[in-house]
Design a protein around this ligand. Structure first.
Ligand SMILES: [Zn+2]
Length: 591
C-alpha cells in the first residue's frame, strides 16, 4: 500500500469536518461543546452517540464504538484506512503526498492507476460513440423505446461498443496502453488464432462503477440476434468482481443515505428506469439474487434493503446465507416480489407505474416471512409427510433469523399452519441452529464491534474516571500511569493505561488502529476528559479506591494460600488506606 505521508495525513485530519461527515449518517444536535445523536452503529431510541468537534472524535456510550474521522469513514463506507484517507482528502481538497515506498508496491499502484485511466477513457469513448455514431442509431432507438431519457443515459455513462473487431484495441494502443493492459481490464481477449480483439462489439455498454464513481468493468447488451449471449460482462479481473459490485451505487448512495433504505433490482435498465422515475435509492445486483458480499457492502450504508427481484430468486436457498449475514449486521431485508412477467423498468415506464412500484415497496415483507410463506403455500397440508418436509425447510430459515419478536411471530404462524405444537417447531429451529456457525466472517474492514455493553463494574468506573483525568491533567497523569499496575486494572483498562503512557500528549490524534475495543475506550476517555471534574485530589481518591481493590484481592489470595502473616500485614495496610480514603472523601464532598 502506498504510504501517505504523515504530513498530509495530519492535514486531512485537520481539514475534515467530523460533524459534517457523521451528519450524513445520523442527525446530530449540538449539546454544549459536543454534538449528540442516535448511534449509526447500533439501534437505539435515545441518543448515546457523541461527536467532539475539537478533538475530532466520535464515541458511542451505548455500544462502545469510537474513533476519529478516518475511522468513521472506514466503518461506514467499508473502506481500508488508505482509501478512507483518500476519500476525505478528495472531499476536503487536500493534496496527498506519498512517502517513498518499495518499488514493487509503487509499480503496482502506478499500474492500477493506469488501468483505471484506461477504463475511464474507454467508458467515455463508448458514451460518445452511442450519441455520435450512425452505427449506434438502433441502440439509441432501442433505449428510447424503453423510455430512458438521454439525460438519464448520460448520467449513467451508457455507451455503445463499435462492431469492428479492434476499435478499442487500436485506440487504446494509440493512447499508449499495451495489449497486456487492455487484457488486464477485460477489454481485449485473445482469439483462437492467437490474435487479440475487442471483447465488446456491437453492444450497448453499461459502465459498472464503484462507490466513488470509478469505472471498474462493463456490462454489454447485444444489439443483434446473432450475437450469442444477450449480456456479456467484463470477465473477473484483479479488480473487477461482479458479485461484489452494486450497479449504480455511485449515483444511489446519497439517496440511500437519505431514504434510509436501498432498493435492489436485477438489471441495468431497471436501475436507470427507477432513477429516472425518482426512486434514486435503487442499485442493481447484475444477477438474479443478491450476494452476501453485496449485502455486506450495503450494510455499511443502510439498515434496510428491499429486494425488488423476481419472486423465485428471493426464495432461493442462497438467500438463507444472505439473510444470516443481514441478521448479523442488524439489517432488515424485505422482499417486494415483482408480479410475474414484469420487471421494474417495464412497470415504471407504464402510466402510473411509478406509484404502483412505490406501493409495492411499501408493502414489502420481511425476507424470512416471505420465504416461509413460499414454503407453506406450496405445501399440501393434508399430507403428514409434506408437512414434515415443510417443517424441515422452514426450520433453517427461522434459525437464521436469530432470536426476537419477529421470529416468535413467524414460529407461531408456522405451528398454526402446519398444525404442530410450537415447542416442536422450536425444537427443530434449535436443531437447525449450527448453520449460524457457518456464517462467512464479516469483512474485518467493514465491521464495527456491536456488542451491547453490560453495566460497568465499580472498578471499571473508577479506572475510567482516573484514566480520563490522566488525559485532562497530563502532568500528574503520567505519574499515575506509572504507578498503576495490572492488579489495579481490568484487562482493557490495563491496555488503555499502557497505551496512554506512550501517547498522553495527544491521544486523539494517533488512535490505535488494530484494536477496536481499545480505540473505542480511548475515544470515550478523551471525550469524557473534557468535562470530568479533574483535580489532584479526585485523582488521588480514585487511585486509592483502585489500590483498595488491589489490596482486597491480595488479602483474599493470601487467605487462600493460608499465609496468615501476610494476610495480617495486608489487612493493616488496607485499614490505613480506608482511613485515608474516608478523609479524602470528606474533603471532596466539602468542595
Ligand atoms: Zn452505538
Amino acid at each position: 500500500m502506498a504510504l501517505i505521508s504523515s504530513d498530509s495525513l495530519e492535514r486531512v485530519k485537520q481539514a475534515a469536518d467530523i460533524v459534517e461527515v457523521v451528519s450524513a449518517h445520523t442527525d446530530l444536535r449540538r449539546q454544549g461543546v459536543r454534538w449528540v445523536g442516535l448511534c449509526p452503529f447500533h439501534e437505539e431510541r435515545t441518543p448515546s452517540f457523541s461527536v467532539d468537534p475539537q478533538e475530532k472524535l466520535y464515541h458511542c456510550f451505548g455500544c462502545g464504538v469510537g474513533g476519529d474521522t478516518i475511522k468513521f469513514v472506514q466503518e461506514k463506507e467499508g473502506l481500508a484506512f488508505a482509501e478512507a484517507v483518500e476519500l476525505l482528502a478528495d472531499r476536503y481538497g487536500v493534496e496527498l503526498e506519498r512517502e517513498r515506498e518499495d518499488p514493487q508496491a509503487e509499480a503496482r499502484r502506478q499500474q492500477r492507476r493506469r488501468l483505471g485511466e484506461l477504463l475511464d477513457r474507454t467508458a467515455a469513448f463508448y458514451a460518445s460513440y452511442l450519441w455520435d455514431s450512425d452505427e449506434a442509431a438502433k441502440a439509441r432507438a432501442y433505449l428510447g423505446e424503453r423510455g430512458l431519457a438521454e439525460e438519464t443515459l448520460r448520467r449513467f455513462g451508457v455507451g455503445y461498443a463499435p462492431s469492428a473487431w479492434d476499435t478499442v484495441l487500436v485506440r487504446g494502443q494509440r493512447a499508449g496502453f499495451d495489449v497486456d493492459q487492455l487484457r488486464a481490464v477485460g477489454l481485449a481477449q485473445r482469439g483462437r488464432g492467437g490474435g487479440e480483439y475487442d471483447r465488446f462489439r456491437a453492444r450497448i455498454m453499461f459502465p459498472i462503477r464503484d462507490r466513488r464513481g470509478r469505472t471498474l468493468g462493463f456490462g454489454g447488451r447485444a444489439m443483434r440476434s446473432d450475437q450469442g449471449a444477450k449480456y456479456v460482462n467484463t470477465a473477473e479481473t484483479d479488480f473487477f468482481h461482479k458479485s461484489d459490485m452494486l450497479y449504480g451505487v455511485d449515483l444511489a448512495k446519497s439517496a440511500i443515505a437519505k431514504a434510509g433504505r436501498a432498493v435492489v433490482v436485477e438489471g441495468y435498465t431497471d436501475v436507470l428506469a427507477l432513477h429516472q422515475a425518482g426512486v434514486e435509492e435503487a442499485v442493481g445486483v447484475m444477477g438474479t439474487a443478491i450476494t452476501t458480499k453485496q449485502v455486506a457492502a450495503l450494510s455499511g450504508m443502510v439498515e434496510e434493503v428491499i429486494l425488488a427481484l423476481d419472486a423465485d430468486s428471493a426464495g432461493q436457498e442462497a438467500m438463507l446465507r444472505t439473510q444470516q449475514v443481514a441478521a448479523d449486521r442488524r439489517m432488515r431485508l424485505r422482499v417486494a416480489p415483482m408480479p410475474a412477467g414484469e420487471d421494474p423498468a417495464e412497470m415504471v415506464a407504464a402510466d402510473g407505474g411509478a406509484d404502483r412500484f412505490r406501493e409495492l415497496l411499501d408493502s414489502a415483507i420481511e425476507l424470512p416471512a416471505f420465504q416461509v410463506g413460499l414454503v407453506l403455500d406450496r405445501t399440501d397440508m393434508s399430507s403428514p409427510a409434506e408437512r414434515d418436509r415443510a417443517l424441515a425447510e422452514v426450520a433453517p430459515i427461522l434459525a437464521a433469523m436469530g432470536e426476537g419478536a419477529s421470529r416468535n411471530d413467524l414460529l407461531r404462524l408456522v405451528a398454526e399452519r402446519l398444525d404442530l405444537d410450537p415447542a416442536l417447531v422450536m425444537g427443530r429451529i434449535t436443531a437447525a441452529q449450527p448453520l449460524s456457525g457457518g456464517t462467512p466472517a464479516p469483512d474485518p474492514r467493514g465491521s464495527a464491534p456491536q456488542r451491547p455493553r453490560g453495566e460497568l463494574t465499580s472498578r471499571e468506573r473508577r479506572e475510567r474516571a482516573l484514566l480520563a483525568m490522566c488525559i485532562a491533567l497530563p502532568e500528574e497523569g503520567s505519574r499515575y500511569l506509572e504507578k498503576l499496575e495490572a492488579g489495579h486494572l481490568s484487562q482493557l483498562g490495563a491496555r488503555a493505561a499502557a497505551w496512554l503512557s506512550e501517547n498522553l500528549e495527544d491521544p486523539a490524534s494517533n488512535l490505535p488502529r488494530d484494536d477496536a475495543e481499545l480505540a473505542g475506550l480511548i475515544t470515550e476517555l478523551v471525550i469524557v476528559a473534557t468535562d470530568v471534574p479533574s483535580s489532584s485530589e479526585a485523582m488521588e481518591l480514585n487511585y486509592m479506591l483502585l489500590e483498595q481493590g488491589r489490596l482486597e484481592a491480595e488479602i483474599a489470595a493470601a487467605g487462600e494460600a493460608e499465609d496468615f502473616t501476610r494476610r495480617a500485614e495486608l489487612s493493616l495496610e488496607r485499614a490505613a488506606l480506608v482511613e485515608q480514603i474516608a478523609r479524602a472523601e470528606r474533603v471532596e464532598s466539602n468542595r
